[in-house]
Design a binder for this molecule. Structure first.
Ligand SMILES: Nc1nc2c(ncn2[C@@H]2O[C@H](COP(=O)(O)OP(=O)(O)OP(=O)(O)O)[C@@H](O)[C@H]2O)c(=O)[nH]1
Ligand SMILES: [Mg+2]
Length: 296
């Protein structure tokens, strides 16, 4: 069974067209559409039901992330497809996401929004997206171009060992990173993206900050050594200049005239070494965790 999961909060202008856009079955798989409703006060719930979806009421806190994780716990399916309820993604492109799974090419497929209608993603979000994807590529070495995309498909098996904790718009980041961390075969496919109907629930600053947080903690959990040694390296670079000044003074004048500079250099260097050692320790803890998990 393929379960379509649509998180929705006050999407009465768009919800029907999203639900009705999906076929009743796909390549011998039956399909069921679920709307996880975050407490809509407009006609979203009634319209979703009359369009043929099952409506699940979000019990757990607010935010898209809480809604999606509740839905994943309550719905049992072989393949899950997640799509926004604002009519920005095209249900007809479901084949692009699900085919790689059915054909055994991937277990987590992200729709890369490459064919975009003008203005569909505001400029500030485009800049944010670019930076977030760049950091992710640098830190994971994987060719991820649209990790924040809300249109994706994944298998039930790929969710093993996952437990989503991000309440709001960090959920996509968390999904991408947990898939990478658990070595789930991941693939991006090109999809189209249009202007939304109704009002946005995304606050670029607040949600951008949450996404940065999710990225930072995901990288720490996934690769603690890389995380801590990157910070350690930055501190060493910062320590280089005061160290240079101190050595130069000592060589040219025989005494250190500005002890403050020397202390700053020393503190930064010690911090750098400590963080590196801390990273090694965290890496070992991570290895123990992995071994325990594999034994289970
Ligand atoms: N269940 C649930 N769904 C939510 C909640 N907040 C937002 N959503 C839904 O999550 C989906 C994505 O939210 P959007 O507001 O479209 O966010 P976005 O796609 O990043 O931004 P724009 O489309 O550019 O406005 C939409 O279908 C929303 O209705 C919530 O608290 N609970
Ligand atoms: Mg949207």
């Amino acid at each position: 069974m393929i379960a379509i999961i649509i998180p929705a909060l006050n999407e009465e202008e768009a919800i029907e067209s999203v639900i009705e856009g999906f076929p009743a079955s796909y390549r011998n798989h039956s399909m069921e559409t679920y709307v996880i409703d975050g407490g809509s006060t407009d006609g979203t719930q009634e319209l979703a039901e009359s369009a043929g979806a099952k409506v699940i009421k979000q019990r757990r806190g607010g935010g898209k992330g809480n809604g999606v994780s509740q839905a994943l716990e309550e719905i049992d399916a072989d393949i899950y497809v997640m799509i926004d309820g604002d009519s920005t993604y095209d249900p007809k492109e479901i084949d692009r996401l699900v085919d790689p799974i059915i054909e055994g090419e991937a277990e987590h497929v992200i729709g890369r929004r490459s064919d975009r209608e003008k203005g569909a993603i505001p400029r500030i979000n485009l800049v944010g997206n670019y930076v977030f994807n760049l950091i992710t590529r640098l830190m994971t070495g994987k060719d991820i171009r649209d990790m924040l995309s809300g249109y994706r498909a994944f298998t039930r098996e790929s969710l093993e060992h996952t437990h989503f904790t991000r309440p709001g718009f960090g959920i996509e980041t968390e999904m991408t990173f947990t898939a990478l961390e658990n070595h789930v075969p991941i693939k991006e496919v090109e999809i189209s993206y249009g202007n939304r109907k109704g009002n946005s629930k995304l606050h670029p600053m607040r949600d951008g900050w949450r996404i940065i947080n999710t990225i930072i903690w995901s990288i720490r959990d996934m690769n603690p050594l890389k995380f801590f040694s990157t910070i350690s390296l930055l501190l060493l670079v910062l320590a280089a200049y005061p160290s240079y000044l101190t050595i130069q003074q000592k060589l040219s004048e025989g005494i250190i005239q500005h002890p403050g500079t020397a202390i700053a250099a020393g503190v930064l260097a010690i911090l750098a070494v400590q963080l590196f050692v801390f990273g090694m320790l965290a890496d070992q803890i991570k290895n123990v965790e992995k071994r325990l998990r594999n034994r289970r």
